[in-house]
Design a protein around this ligand. Structure first.
Ligand code: C5P
Length: 222
C-alpha cells in the first residue's frame, strides 16, 4: 500500500518543520516544507526590488522560477533556480515580509498546485498553514500543532542563536504574533484548524514526544 498523506499545520514556530522531518524519516516519507516555498518567492521578490503588493509582478517572478529541495543536515537545502537560499529565506527581512506575499491569491494558487503535485503519490508529510484545510483536504492524517506564544518565542530564540541571528526575545514574540495575525486574517486560505484535524498542544512536550504521538496516529490509519 502506498504511503499516506500527512498534513501538519499550525501557527509560526510551533515546531511543525522539526517534527514533520522526524516523522517523515521514520516512515520513509517525503518531507515538504511549504513555508519554505512562500519564503522562496518572497526572497526572490525582495531581490528583484519588486513591490510586494503588486500581485502580477510577483506572480510573473514565480512563474519563471523553480523551487527545489535537496536533502541536507541539519536542514533540507532550498534552491531558487541554481541559487541556494537555505539560510537567506530564514533571515528577518524575508520572515517579516512573507505574510504579505502569501496573502496574494495568485501566489497561493500557483504554490498550492505545485504542492499538490509533490504530494500526489502519497507517502508525504507536508507542513504549513493550509495543508489540511486547502492543499490536501483528503489527507488521511491532519495535525494542528499549537504552543503558547512565549514557548514559541523561546524556541525561535534558540534556533536563531544557532544561525547567528540576534533578534531580542520581546521582538520575536511581537513578530510571531503579527505573523499569526496576518496569516489568520487573510482572505484566501487563512491559517485555520481543519474540522477533522487533531489538535496537539506542544507547549510542555518534547519534540520526540510530539513525533511519537503523530507516529501513533499514522499507525492507526495505515
Ligand atoms: O512555516 P513558515 O513559518 O516557514 O512559513 C512562512 C510563512 O509562509 C507563513 O508565515 C505564511 O505567511 C506562509 N505560509 C502560508 N501557507 C503555508 C505555509 C506558509 O501562507 N502552507
Amino acid at each position: 500500500k502506498p504511503g499516506l498523506q500527512v498534513a501538519i499545520d499550525g501557527p509560526a514556530s510551533a515546531g511543525k518543520s522539526t517534527v514533520a522531518k522526524i516523522v517523515a524519516q521514520r516512515f520513509n516519507y517525503i518531507y515538504c516544507d511549504t513555508g519554505a516555498m512562500y519564503r522562496a518567492i518572497t526572497w526572490k521578490a525582495l531581490q528583484a526590488g519588486a513591490d510586494l503588493g503588486d500581485e502580477a509582478t510577483v506572480k510573473d517572478l514565480l512563474d519563471h522560477m523553480t523551487i527545489r529541495f535537496e536533502p541536507g543536515t541539519p536542514v533540507q537545502k532550498v534552491f531558487v533556480d541554481d541559487t541556494e537560499v537555505t539560510l537567506a529565506i530564514r533571515q528577518p527581512d524575508v520572515t517579516n515580509s512573507v505574510s504579505q506575499v502569501s496573502a496574494l491569491p495568485a501566489i497561493r494558487q500557483e504554490l498550492t498546485a505545485r504542492q499538490r503535485q509533490i504530494a500526489d503519490a502519497g507517502g508525504i508529510v507536508m507542513d504549513g498553514r493550509d495543508i489540511g484545510s486547502t492543499v490536501l483536504p483528503q489527507a488521511e492524517v491532519k495535525i494542528f500543532l499549537v504552543a503558547s506564544v512565549d514557548e514559541r518565542a523561546q524556541r525561535r530564540l534558540k534556533d536563531n542563536a544557532a544561525k547567528g541571528i540576534t533578534t531580542p526575545l520581546a521582538t520575536l514574540k511581537h513578530e510571531i504574533e503579527e505573523r499569526d495575525r496576518k496569516d489568520s486574517t487573510r482572505k484566501v486560505s487563512p491559517l485555520t484548524q481543519a474540522a477533522d484535524a487533531i489538535r496537539l498542544d506542544t507547549t510542555s512536550l518534547s519534540i520526540e514526544q510530539v513525533a511519537d504521538r503523530i507516529a501513533e496516529i499514522i499507525h492507526e490509519k495505515e
